[in-house]
Write a protein that binds this ligand. Structure first.
Ligand SMILES: Nc1ncnc2c1ncn2[C@@H]1O[C@H](COP(=O)(O)OP(=O)(O)OP(=O)(O)O)[C@@H](O)[C@H]1O
Length: 299
């Protein structure tokens, strides 16, 4: 079982939002779909779900086209959150669960469990509009996964959640993946993607610019980070040859380099100013890779 996107292009008039995109998401994988604002992520999700039709190419789940409207196998958290503000939480979730083919009694049981898990059981009989934005978001996440979909598409699932709720949602998503579901999500938070995803791709202006496993992409990026903390000025380090980028931190900077010899030169130069409190060579982060591939202005 896999999700396959083959040479998919989507145009709106003269504008190409998704440009010859191909990717495969294997069953049981947690897949991160990344890109700057306007890169084409939501458009791709809508095409996966059959809500938009590609101009070219094919998308299949398990070898067949998907129809979100009719398939109980699919769960979707849309970017534009679409709960009915006047409806009570339980009514709303029951309504959506029945649309996805669940029996009312089963849905009722599951709803209770999820509201407890997300620490919002007190809102069962409250109108959606009475909940805070973050709590509405949790209800919408519950709506997407209540019927135990085999393929779960989450458009920015963490946006608007505080750190405690982000952790709660991460655990829930991991449990769903561990139960065998395939999950594709978009996020602008690279750290979340690093923690959760086995595979990912980055799109830019509708084109795929990077894809693969985190390990392979990091290895092929061919750059390292050197983190230096010091109580003394480090200005002269910026000019050392082999430094490709400098990101200042509160107590020093992180220098992007290509070879370890540059790290030695950085350390020698830093020590000229005074003692160094931290010197560490780190692998590149997904944030580094994203910025390098998509451009600083988008980060
Ligand atoms: N119905 C539409 N008509 C015309 N242009 C559209 C339409 N839907 C999307 N676009 C354009 O397609 C591009 C891709 O939009 P999309 O929403 O897929 O980006 P995204 O990667 O999800 O962005 P974000 O991270 O900001 O949510 C944008 O330039 C957007 O303006």
């Amino acid at each position: 079982m896999s999700l396959q996107i083959e040479h998919v292009t989507k145009r709106f008039g003269d504008f190409t939002a998704v440009d010859d995109l191909s990717l495969t998401v294997d069953k049981g994988t947690m897949y991160g779909f990344l890109g700057a604002n306007g890169a084409g992520k939501t458009t791709t999700f809508r095409m996966i779900l059959g809500l938009l039709t590609p101009n070219e190419g094919h998308i299949t789940w398990n070898g067949k086209p998907i129809s979100y409207a009719t398939s109980p196998q699919i769960g979707y958290l849309p970017e534009e959150r679409g709960l009915y503000p006047k409806m009570k939480v339980e009514e709303q979730l029951l309504f959506l669960a029945e649309l996805r083919g669940m029996k009312r009694a089963d849905a009722k049981k599951e709803i209770g469990g999820w509201l407890d898990r997300f620490e919002v059981p007190q809102y069962l009989n409250k109108k959606v509009e009475e909940l805070s934005k973050g709590n509405q978001q949790k209800i919408q996440v519950i709506a997407a996964l209540l019927h135990k979909p085999k393929l779960l598409i989450l458009d920015e699932p963490f946006s608007g959640l505080d750190p405690v709720n982000v952790e709660m949602l991460k655990k829930a998503i991991l449990d769903i993946r561990n139960s065998g579901a395939t999950i594709v999500f978009s996020s602008h938070r690279m750290d979340h993607v690093e923690e959760l995803c086995e595979q990912f791709s980055i799109v830019d202006h509708g084109k795929q610019v990077v894809s693969g496993t985190l390990k392979d992409v990091k290895r092929s990026f061919g750059k390292l980070n050197v983190r230096i903390r010091s109580d003394y000025p480090l200005d002269s380090l910026t000019d050392i040859s082999g430094v490709t980028a400098v990101n200042p931190t509160v107590e020093g900077a992180v220098y992007q380099i290509e070879t370890e010899e540059t790290a030695e030169r950085l350390l020698a130069e830093a020590l000229k100013s005074g003692p160094v409190r931290q010197f560490e060579i780190e692998e590149p982060t997904l944030q580094d890779i994203f910025i390098a591939k998509v451009g600083k202005e988008h980060a």
